[in-house]
Design a protein around this ligand. Structure first.
Ligand code: ATP
Ligand code: MG
Ligand code: MG
Ligand code: MG
Length: 562
């Protein structure tokens, strides 16, 4: 492919708004361009690499018997009302009206659509289990889109869904997916860990996140230095708490009557239980209630937190945490993330907030238990200690370490939530109607691309691993004005293409320095330079990562490259 004919605009300067390497490099090297906050175009080379990642995902999905389909991004609100998520998904769901004022959502995820299809089409246990997937743009009106492809408002996701006739069978579908995810991220050459994630219920065995280890990750994981144990930090205190007491969580139904308190009461109520200098603060931002739990000697007040929030230093809770707290008839509430100035202990907040929801109306502030099946007993937090680096771990092996992670994948046992709400039933072998048991499985394809760049770059640019690089070879003619260089480079380009090798051919009339710099920036694994020695039939071969270079005869290029 001739670079002179391609839309591949490179930039010398780092874009001012790009804080992290993947964002900077993908823009500078001409892979992506921003259209609006959190919304990106993939330029031709960006689209190529996206497709490489997609292909790995697609192959591993097909290997486990999942079939690709495609569902609409535009979804009628009726479906979301059936599942109850029209009200619980909150402002992250993009909503639009058609010309007849019918409400639609832009798909943030597709549980509703797939459940509506399967309930209509699958009636017998004989047709289960069923695994389907799609690779398609998702829309989420993120509170703070940032970090380029890492947190977009329109992004590419692979989402898969499983339908089974029992929980045992769901376990098998889940295990298959788990293995496929492990294969995908291994094939992509990523340094990752599958971690126990927060399912909103104790135990946490029913959901895992796949985390790419990276300093820019927004999640913190706690892992053992000697065993396989790894958990999202949100889960870690929970595990510790129950290990310590040896207690199983108690069964208890929802508290039906909300206890009325003032906003200050709630903060005091939680604050009172937070020994060891912990403080809870609540404040209201854009109709949302936000709670921060802090520890240490920090001087914290709501004004300060509000300022920090406005300045973008602290952030709202993850979507999942917030989601869990919504749909309770009250406002939403979430803990605050990490800041430099205020050490915010989000993991505690998550734990506490799984069990309480707050909201305000004319007559004050309400607090109630919202997590079915779990008893909220403030006293259980009285002697809570946070896991610290070097502590023994939860599985009895090794000591705890912390790392930051980028959530690139998430596997989740949904159980019967959607099937019940949307009435997805099948007849079992006795002819009896049963509810389908579901799982859902996501991979952020565009986010994975950014994660790959975070783990594969140097001072000069991107360093793609060979198996997903947009091209295998970058062919440069140093001075295309010289006939012998242009002719040899043209010939090599044709030969490489003939041999089925993906080659990007820099035939541009640019200075050598510009070409070399662009080539390093773009990051193709192998570079072939046709320069001064073209007349002797000699070219230079250089590996992008190691920097190793050698002169070879042009006639040996194909052999060397293959
Ligand atoms: P996060 O905690 O980062 O907000 P999530 O838990 O809300 O992600 P899921 O609902 O689990 O996301 O979606 C499946 C996958 O989609 C995630 O594991 C992630 O890789 C990707 N993803 C989610 N939100 C975004 C986004 N705003 N931009 C890019 N990728 C995303
Ligand atoms: Mg989210
Ligand atoms: Mg998440
Ligand atoms: Mg998730």
């Amino acid at each position: 492919m001739k670079q002179s004919e391609m839309l591949l605009p490179t930039l010398k300067e780092t874009p001012a708004d790009a804080e992290i390497k993947s964002h900077q490099l993908l823009v500078r090297a001409g892979y992506i361009r921003q259209i609006a906050s959190g919304i990106y175009s993939f330029l031709p080379i960006g689209k190529r690499i996206l497709r490489k990642v997609e292909d790995v995902v697609r192959e591993e999905m097909e290997k486990i018997g999942a079939h690709e389909m495609m569902m609409p991004a535009l979804q009628p609100s009726e479906l979301w009302k059936e599942s109850s998520r029209w009200s619980t998904f909150g402002s992250e769901l993009m909503r639009i009206d058609d010309r007849n004022n019918r409400e639609f959502a832009l798909g943030a995820t597709h549980e509703e659509v797939i459940t509506s299809i399967v309930r209509d089409e699958i009636k017998s246990y004989k047709r289960l289990p069923l695994l389907v997937f799609q690779i398609q743009n998702k829309f989420r009106d993120e509170a703070r889109p940032r970090f380029g492809l890492l947190r977009g408002r329109e992004f590419l996701m692979k989402d898969a869904y499983s339908f089974d006739d029992s929980f045992e069978s769901l376990d098998k579908s889940y295990d298959k997916m788990f293995q496929a995810y492990t294969n995908i991220f291994t094939r992509l050459g990523l340094n990752f860990r599958a971690v126990i994630a927060d399912s909103g219920a104790m135990g946490g065995k029913d959901t895992h996140e796949f985390m790419v280890l990276s300093e820019v990750g927004e999640d913190v994981i706690a892992y053992s230095d000697t065993s396989q144990y790894a958990a999202n930090i949100e889960m870690a205190p929970v595990i510790r708490e129950y290990k310590k007491s040896g207690d199983e969580p108690k069964e208890m139904s929802k508290v039906e009557t909300p206890e009325q308190r003032t906003m200050k009461d709630v903060a005091d109520f939680l604050g009172h239980e937070l020994k060891e200098g912990l403080k809870a603060i609540m404040f209201k931002v854009d109709e949302r209630f936000v709670m921060a739990v802090t520890r240490g000697d920090h001087e914290v007040n709501d004004v300060k937190l509000k300022n920090l929030y406005s300045a973008g230093i602290v952030e709202l809770a993850s979507e999942a945490d917030t989601k869990r707290l919504m749909g309770t008839g009250f406002g939403s509430l979430g803990p605050v993330g990490v800041s430099e100035e205020v050490e915010v202990v989000a993991d505690f907040a998550v734990e506490a907030l799984q069990n309480v929801s707050c909201g305000a109306n004319e007559d004050g502030f309400h607090l109630r238990n919202v997590t079915p099946g779990i008893d909220f007993q403030p006293s259980q937090y009285a002697d809570l200690r946070f896991i610290e680096e070097g502590d023994p771990s939860p599985d009895g092996q090794g000591t705890i370490k912390f790392a930051r992670g980028i959530e690139v994948g998430h596997v989740f046992k949904l159980g019967t939530f959607y099937a019940e709400h949307m009435n997805a039933q099948f007849l079992d072998d006795q002819g009896k109607a049963q509810t389908m048991v579901m799982g859902s499985y996501g991979i952020g394809v565009s986010r994975t691309l950014a994660a790959l760049v975070e783990q594969n770059h140097d001072d000069r640019g991107i360093t793609w691993p060979a198996n997903i690089a947009p091209f295998q070879v970058h062919l440069l003619s140093m001075n295309p004005k010289k006939a012998e260089q242009a002719d040899l480079a043209d010939k090599l380009n044709a030969q490489l293409e003939e041999a089925g090798i993906e080659v990007l051919y820099d035939d541009r009339k640019e200075r050598a320095g510009v070409k070399f710099a662009d080539s390093d920036l773009i990051g193709i694994p192998l570079r072939i330079t046709v320069g001064k020695r073209a007349a002797d039939g000699i070219v230079e071969l250089k590996e992008r990562v190691s920097g190793e270079q050698q002169e070879i005869e042009a006639s040996q290029v194909i052999e060397q490259v293959k």
